[in-house]
Design a binder for this molecule. Structure first.
Ligand code: TPP
Ligand code: MG
Length: 344
């Protein structure tokens, strides 16, 4: 197997504990998503379900650069983001299965989950709709002068939406503390980047608005973390937005129903064999004598148990009561503008 050497440009000052954390966090997302795929196949999850398998290093690397109180908002491919920011796997899985114990009481499903506690603002099904919302979150932080940063994630396909550029303009004009994270997994449903634009270096588009940015290897969690730290420092210093185009790859279909005619099996297999982010960290751990095969096996087992427990919880949680149809439609406790309310 022609695996690329695991060496990352950013390995020199990384501790064993950090590497183990990234390994664990990425593995949790992968195993959780595999389980979600199984439950979907069994008919326990219905509707849309977009898996994040292959892209784990993006959120895990960026969460490593975030601090308490920072915000995140993303598209429908959102399970990984929720797990990486510390939301409970049980609540996420129960939402996927449409059960009362889910984050939206079983009424939102895969694409519509939120956590005020973890500052996770969804889960958005309309391509690019979260981009202006992310700038809005950052506007509130700037107004409150609280030093917080918002990670606004969107895809390569979304990067062709007009509202992204209206948002870039305002975000730079007002120096908003927002990091635009383009998760470039090379496809928008079945359309490759090359078929949808001639301007394929997506981060460079920020230059038209005066926004700095860079491209990052999204299969290298340490490189993502390093770029994330730079972007966060830029925003916290009051220098306005920053664009990170993170080059990644999804191994599964766009959603659970995908005929997969737009790429070859060999292309997917090559990425899995040569670039997989979890395997890369696994090799760093083994090569650096930070962990033994047995220790890594024990972590694998522990993660499987967490995921199995989340699936059991989801299956046992009841479906929402009929009366729940009429609740949670209008917000009742809107913050009235005091800094204390807004930061809650
Ligand atoms: C405004 C809008 N147009 C079309 C769709 C249908 N749609 C859902 S996902 C998607 C592709 C988006 O691809 P990308 O932004 O690259 O994100 P990825 O799925 O790769 O994470 C499309 C066209 C939609 N949900 N919203
Ligand atoms: Mg894409």
């Amino acid at each position: 197997m022609a695996r690329r050497p695991a060496a990352s440009k950013a390995t020199s000052n990384v501790s064993k504990d950090e590497l183990l954390k990234y390994y664990r966090d990425m593995l949790l997302i992968r195993r959780f998503e595999e389980k979600a795929g199984q439950l979907y196949g069994m008919g326990l999850i219905g509707g849309f379900c977009h898996l994040y398998i292959g892209q784990e290093a993006v959120v895990v690397g960026l969460e490593a650069a975030a601090e308490e109180g920072d915000k995140r908002i993303t598209s429908y491919r959102d399970h990984g983001h929720m797990l990486a920011c510390g939301m409970d796997p049980k609540g996420v899985m129960a939402e996927l299965t449409g059960r009362e114990g889910g984050y939206s009481k079983g009424k939102g499903g895969s694409m519509h989950m939120f956590s005020r506690e973890k500052h996770f603002y969804g889960g958005h099904g309309i391509v690019a709709a979260q981009v202006p919302l992310g700038a809005g979150l950052a506007f509130a932080d700037k107004y409150l002068d609280n030093g917080r940063v918002t990670f606004t994630y969107f895809g390569d396909g979304a990067a062709n939406q007009g509202q992204v550029y209206e948002t870039y303009n305002m975000a730079e004009l007002w120096d908003l503390p927002v990091i635009f994270v383009i998760e470039n997994n090379q496809y928008a449903m079945g359309t490759s980047v090359k078929r949808s634009t001639k301007s394929t270096s997506l981060y460079e588009r920020g230059a038209a608005f005066g926004i700095e940015g860079e491209q990052v290897d999204g299969m290298d969690v340490l490189a993502v973390k390093a770029a994330g730290e730079k972007a966060v420092a830029h925003c916290r210093a009051g220098k306005g937005p920053y664009i990170l185009e993170v080059m990644t790859y999804r191994y599964r279909g766009h959603s659970m129903s995908d005929p997969a005619k737009y790429r070859t099996r060999e292309e997917v297999q090559k990425m899995r064999d040569e670039r997989d982010a979890i395997e890369n960290v696994r090799e760093l751990l083994l090569q650096g004598n930070h962990a033994s095969e047995d220790e890594l096996k024990a972590i694998d087992k522990e993660i499987k148990e967490i995921v199995n427990e989340s699936a059991e919880f989801a299956k046992e949680s009841p479906e929402p009561a009929f009366e729940e149809l009429w609740t949670d439609i209008y917000a009742e406790d809107l913050p009235q503008g005091s800094a204390e309310d807004m930061n809650a």
